[in-house]
Structure formats: structure tokens, C-alpha cells
Design a protein around this ligand. Sequence first.
Ligand SMILES: Nc1ncnc2c1ncn2[C@@H]1O[C@H](COP(=O)(O)OP(=O)(O)OP(=O)(O)O)[C@@H](O)[C@H]1O
Length: 782
Amino acid sequence: MAKELRQEQERLNHVMEILAEQIGKVEEDAARQRKEVVDIRKYFWEDVTVNQDNFDDLLETIISLRQQAEVLSLSQSSHRQSSKRLTSLRRMQENPYFGRIDFTEDGGPGVERIYIGVSSLMDPGGDDFLIYDWRAPVSSMYYDYTPGPAEYVTPGGKITGKLKQKWQYLIRRGEIESMFDTSLTIGDEVLQQVLGQSADKHMRSIVATIQQEQNRIIRQDSGRLLIVQGAAGSGKTSAAMQRIAYLLYKYRDRLTADQIILFSPNAMFKSYVSNVLPELGEENMQQVTFQEYLDHRLSDTYEVEDPYGQLEYVLTAAEDPEYRTRLAAIRIKASVSFFELIQAYRSSLEQGGMRFKSLQFRGETLISAEEMAEKFYGGDASVRFSRRIERLTAWLNERVKEVEKLERHKPWVQDAIELLSNEQYEQAYARIRKKLGLSEDSEEDIEGERLIAELERMIVRKKLKPLREEISSLQFVDLAEVYKRLFEEPQHAGSWLEGEVPEAWADICRLTVKNLDKDKLLYEDATPFLLLTELIHGFQSNVSIRHVLIDEAQDYSPLQFEFIKRLFPVAKITVLGDFHQAVFAHAAEAVDFNVLTGLYGVDQTEAIILKRSYRSTKPIVEFTRSLISGGDQIEPFERSGNKPVLTVLADLGTLRHRITNQVAELKAQGYTTIAIVCKSAAESAVAYEALGEIEELKLVTRDSIEYKQGVVVIPAYLAKGIEFDAVLVYDASIRVYGDESLRRLFYTACTRAMHHLQVYSIGTPSPLMEEAISLGSVLVET
Ligand SMILES: Nc1ncnc2c1ncn2[C@@H]1O[C@H](COP(=O)(O)OP(=O)(O)OP(=O)(O)O)[C@@H](O)[C@H]1O
């Protein structure tokens, strides 16, 4: 082994030398290209012939400008590429590669040693790969095979052969710290080390230790929809991030980062994952929360509730007389049936029921809502809905044109002319001259009448501009009223739906109308409302996005998935989630993602299940899996640690005292991120107040935009997707987690812990832990 290590170190030294050489060379290139860009910018106009005397000269000017712009863009692009390569080479100096496979290709010359790293590196002659990028086809064998027959797929076909050995390296600053011959799985030793580290402010890349089942997710590339159902901590988010890096590599000639969009649960999660791609030498994809999208589309019309507002209500408002009705509404409005109901309702609008807003001009009704309805429904009933909207728009524009002519001679226009300031007058005068084709130095004057006529026209046009905009953006359709009508006539739902009306429908309708009348759009109404808007206006789909990834997908309703599918009609979709963490009320009965198969059909859908949990120690996983049904399917990764402890206390005062002491102890043990996880924002606020003695304690709210290290108080639903060295569950008593419906929330809270989990309970513990207590997977102390 010592000899082997020495030889490997020699090879590494050689690689380091080549890296240093290449860095020197690329640095020179980058400096030269930078200078070129600066020079082109500086002398841009000197190299362009500008002449507008006649058409030919003008054409020549345009061509010359375009050529110069192209030269600039080419230099900028070369400089960008050199800078990118430089960053990646410098990163490789820290850790050039992490693995090696010895592979003999069938019919090939013999054993080839394939070294694998974050980026590829060629020898100076350009003949051999000293390091292969982890995403290269040949590298897939590193993740997929143990020694024995192996194969990989290249664009030219399948390559088969024998994998002889597999090695892992831990390299730091050009020194091999250790190397392992891994035969069974990819080095548990390295994975042990990685997983044993402290939680970080930013998620790390996992390329050195990707597991076989995760590799399938990363490289899966056929079909429109990939569904990943995975246990908490099984690496769904990690796989999603490396998948993006893989796609950007595989399709580097035609896919850019801004053609990929990741739907994230919240702003804090966005910042948490924002470092993975840059660490892998790639640009970040677009990231958005579904709420941001809803706000962007709806905030002009409504005050839109966010999902956490809905969740807080569900968690804390059980006493509200309308609680049950709202819960039923949330579930119904999340369903595919409701999607269909809205489609059917939209179809019914072809016969009648559209609501319009009259168009106002200078405080008076110009065109009434009734006139519009008459026009809309007056013509040929067989004309398509979208065509009718177009016709109505055209008609309204015509009417505005007529009005424009009539208004010109009205006294208000004359008054407006008189009130023009000198400056406004001069501006208007110059604009009119330009419009009439009179050059600046032309002596020709505009005769008075003509000038007045132009001024009148200009003033009326300006005044009518907002109205024209209202028409072109279809604001004359009273969407709020059209949506409300769906609930104003509960008896119609049956005919629209051609099926059974849900039980609580009449109550749901009453509650919805009540809220809409307050100009409040509850979260469960936001996507249905937007769907109806799109069905009336015509879908504003986005065809530039090629890949959509939806993380924490259990939080999305089937209706939202249908909506996203329509929004991105050409994109491939990757959906990652865990039904055991489905905390929103609409997902109460959902147990898997089967409903999604209907989106693109079985042929276009691939489903992968991840059972192994990597985040937490084995004792923590043994505890958390006993909190859910089917938890025995979850396999812990062999990482040792202390058994979780359930401490039953008498009162709040003792709880405060115990948590304060425990936090101090954990800090002393070297834990840097400690979360006190509460059930709701309301409980978090109380806990934060109560625990004031803890130094630099931070409260995480839905507005927090960064993952904070140190000690935090956080509601469980906001901790989703992220992790902490130690988790203290604030109060897991029967009073707080008494209801079966909270099982998934409680599971989410406990699965955030990496190394240490402590659960407190004031009085009788929650029945959700019954099985765990009887199995002995948690230590109970009083
Ligand atoms: N192959 C791997 N190598 C190293 N670390 C891994 C690997 N897979 C997962 N991890 C680590 O396990 C932790 C959990 O991963 P991740 O957050 O991706 O899981 P998840 O399935 O999205 O979890 P959750 O459902 O709870 O949000 C992270 O710290 C991640 O770095």
C-alpha cells in the first residue's frame, strides 16, 4: 500500500504541475482577451463608419455597426469562457480528483485507469484525459458498478468491459491524505466522514459520493416526467442539484442555466441551495417559489394569502366555526376534479355568464358592461371563445377610436391646450414637426389650424392611453366577478362538473364568496383563479424553459401540477418529494405521486424511489421511521450516534431552563447549528420570547431569506428541506401534537436532525410517539 500511495502521489504531483501550467496559460489568455474587450469598447466608434447621407450609406453604417458588435461579443464570450475555465482549474488545484476506476474494455488494449474529478483535464498534448469530468459517460461506471462486468453508454453506443478496481481519494492541497480501495459501495469511509461533518450555511455538492440510486436520478434522461419519492434525508435535493449540473454538461451546446427553473419551497431554501452549482463550476438555474409566481400574476387584483398563512390557520384556528368548511374547501380546490370543474365552467361561459367591467372615461361610462355582454353573446354562437374575446377587443378599440374623434373638439381639450406650459408646448411642437417630416433646421412653419388640430389629437390620445391599455390587457373582463359567480350559484356545479357535487359544496361556496367580497384571495383559491384567468385570456405559456424541477413536491396540489404542466408546455419535469412530509391540508389523503402519472401518461413517466436516509445518524432514523406508517421501508445509513431522548417536564418554566442548559451543552460539544423546532409560527414566537436567555438566539419567520447558523427558533414547516446539527423539539406533548393530522409535520420536524435529537414534552407526550416508545427507539426521561 505504501508503494501504491507513493506512486499515486507521484502521479498527483504530475497532475498538479500540469494544472499549474494550464492555469498560467489560461491566465495569459484571459488577460489578453480582457484587454481586447476593453480596447474594442474604447475604440468602438472609431472602427465604425457612420454615415447617414443616403440609403446605401445608412445600410453600410448598420452593417459596420453589426460587425463591430459581433467582434465585441465574440471577445466577451472567449473571455467569459477563459474566466470560467480558470475558476474551475483553480478549484481543481484544491482537489483535482476524488475517484478512480480501472476498466478493461472488451476488445480494448488493456486496463485503463480512469481518474474522476469535478472537471476534466487533458494532458498537454491533448491526447489523454488525465481527469474525467464526473459527468462524462465513462464516469457513470464509478457510481453504478462494483468490480465485475460493467458498461456505459456513449453517444456512439454501449461500451462493455470489466471493472477491476475502484478507488477513492481524499486529497487536500495537492497531498493525498488517504486512499481507499472500495469494492462494495462507494466508500462508506468517505461518506461517513462527509456525513459526520457539521451542517453548513449552504448545501454542499455530493459528486464524490453519489450513490447508485441517486445516480439514476441524476442521469435519467428519457420521458417527460421523472418522479422521485424519497425518504427524508435521502438526497432528493442533492440529486436534483447534481442533475441540473449533469444536464448542463450533457447538453452544453444547446442548454443554458436560464432555461432551467427550480421551484423551491421558500426564500431561505433558495439561499441554502444556491452554492451547489457554482461549486460545480456551473451557473445557477432560475429559482422561484410558487408563491412568487402567484404574487407576480395576481397581486394587482388581490391580496393573496401565502401557503404559510393557510398552514398557520390550519394549525392554530381549530376553534373557528368555519374551520371544517375551510379544510374541505382546501382539499376540493386542490383536486384534479376542481381543475376539470373550472374547465367546464369556462366552457359554460360560451353560453352565458361572463362578467365585464364598464369602460370609464373622464368619470363617465363610455361603454357599459351590458353593451359588452350583448356584443360578446350577440353574434354567432358557434364562434370560439378566444375568437369572441378577440372580436370584442377589436370592437372596443373601434369604439375608442370613434370617441377619440368626437372628443377632440370638446371644451376640456381646449382648456388643456391653454394650460400647456411653454416647455410642454415646445415638446409637443417639436414632436408634431417630426411627425410631419420637417427637419430641425427647416424654416417651414406649421400653420395655426394644423397645429391646433395636432395638439387636440395629441391631448385626446394621451388621455385615452390608459383606456387602450385596459383594453389590450383585457381588463374589461371582470375576472373577480366571473370567479365569484362559480360559487354564487352552487346548484350549477353539478351540471358543469357532470358528476357529483362534493358534500360541503354549498358551505364552501358561501365561505368563498364571503372572502372574495373582502378582496382576499385565499391560498387555495389562488391557482384556480389564475387557471380561470388563463382559460379566459389564453394561456401565457413559457416555451423557453426546457427543464422544470419541483422540490418538496408533496406541497403542491394536483391542480397546481396541471397548471405547471400547461405553463411550461415543452419542458421536461422532475418532481421530488416525500409524502410523509406533506404538511399542507390539501394533501391529507395523498400517499404517493401516482396521480402524477396521468400528467404525461405512463410511457412518458419514470418513477424512482429512494429509501436510504443519509442525513441523520442511525439511531435518529430508527426513531423517525417509527413515527410513520411504512417507515420500516426506510433504511438508515450506518452512522452511529446517541439515541434520541424524550424528556417529559412539568411546566413551561422547567422547559425553558432545560432548553437553555441543553443549548449551552451542545455548543460546548462543538455543534454549530442548533434548531429549536416548533409546531407553528405562533408557538415559535412564544418560544423565542421564553428563551430570551440564550445568547444570539434567532427567530426564523416566513420572511427570513437566509439560512442562519447558530441557535434558531423555527416553525417545522419552514425547516423543511434544510438540516441542523442538533434539533430540539420544543413541546411534543399531547396538547400540541395530539391530532393524527399532525403526524407528517412532527415527522418533518424530527427528520431535520443530523447528529442529535432531543424531544421535550410538557406533560403527557404526543400519541404520535407511542410506537417509538414501545419499540424503545427513544429514551424516555422525566
Ligand atoms: N450521496 C451522498 N453523499 C454525501 N452526502 C449526501 C449524499 N446524499 C445525501 N447526502 C447528504 O444528506 C443530507 C440530506 O440530503 P438532501 O437534503 O438532499 O435530502 P432530501 O431527500 O432532499 O431531504 P428532505 O426530504 O428531508 O428535504 C444532506 O446533508 C446531503 O448532503
